[in-house]
Design a protein. Structure first.
Length: 261
């Protein structure tokens, strides 16, 4: 995973309308409060979940491989009161190989960072690292999308798509984001995806910025087997962040709550 690619996305991330509309923050904050902390967020990005967690009184450690995403998170934290800032620790680290020298009551990986891992060895390395950092009575929340077979069958490769509203940056740039699947590897279960940002500057000049990355999809039982193989027992599987059970909606999400098995 070349997280330098997140250089393009980082400054826009918190303004993207569908990201702002996600219903997951309350779910993760509630889980953090129930755990009592400390929490580890793997792939914490710009702090979309991490900062509300710290505001809710819970100590949280965030790791991410993108210095660009972490830089945005740090800038955002500077706007927070000292008591919130002191609950947060950030580190540039790869989810496949990290050693933070402590354990956590809750480890989360919100909004699909795990799907940036393409190879099974990388997935296993990540899950083993997470398990080593989990307290014996701790919980791990793995957050994936549930691959929709009808959507995957319908989506055309190479075609730009998306109907997100345009958003405006604080400096007046207007940004329209679209996406496309550039290539599919049906054997290794991943898509090469492009997020395409068309930026219109206040002087009318436009530029096109592209964030390219591979996105792996996992089906329910594959993820369950992977968790079991890495020493986790699944306690709950939700389809939505309101805790609707898996099977109540399609495709929904794949939100696993696991403990040490
Ligand atoms: C879609 S963002 C999710 C960010 C945040 N968790 C949220 O909910 O908004 C995915 C994040 O995973 C990070 N990431 C990708 N591969 C990684 C790796 N191998 N180790 C750590 N972080 C990684 C990216 O840099 C990015 O910040």
């Amino acid at each position: 995973m070349d997280t330098e690619q997140y250089a393009v996305t980082a400054e826009f991330y918190d303004y993207v309308v569908p990201y702002q509309a996600r219903q997951d923050v309350a779910f993760f904050v509630e889980a953090a409060q129930a755990s009592g902390g400390p929490v580890l967020e793997v792939g914490c990005g710009t702090g979309r979940v991490l900062i509300p967690t710290a505001r809710a009184g819970i100590s949280i450690y965030g790791i991410d491989l993108s210095p660009h995403m972490l830089a945005v998170c740090e800038q955002r934290l500077e706007q927070e009161p000292a008591e919130v800032r002191q609950r947060v620790q950030l580190d540039l680290a790869d989810m496949r190989a990290f050693d933070l020298g402590q354990t956590f009551k809750l480890i989360t990986i919100p909004f699909r960072p795990f799907q940036h891992l393409i190879e099974v060895e990388d997935q296993i390395a990540c899950l083993r690292c997470i398990r080593r950092h989990l307290a014996d009575d701790g919980r791990f929340i793995l957050d994936l999308f549930n691959p929709s077979l009808p959507i995957m069958a319908r989506e055309a490769t190479g075609e730009e798509q998306g109907d997100e509203p345009e958003f405006t940056m604080p400096d007046g740039r207007r940004v329209l984001r679209r996406n496309r699947i550039v290539a599919r590897d049906v054997f290794r279960q991943y898509h090469d995806v492009e997020l395409i940002y068309t930026v219109t500057h206040p002087d009318g000049r436009t530029e096109r910025l592209v964030h390219t990355f591979p996105m792996r999809y996992l089906f329910r039982y594959e993820a369950e087997h992977l968790l079991a193989r890495c020493g986790f027992a699944v306690e709950a599987l939700y389809a939505e962040y309101d805790k609707s059970p898996y099977g109540s909606t399609y495709p929904g999400e794949l939100i696993f709550v696991a403990r040490k098995g």
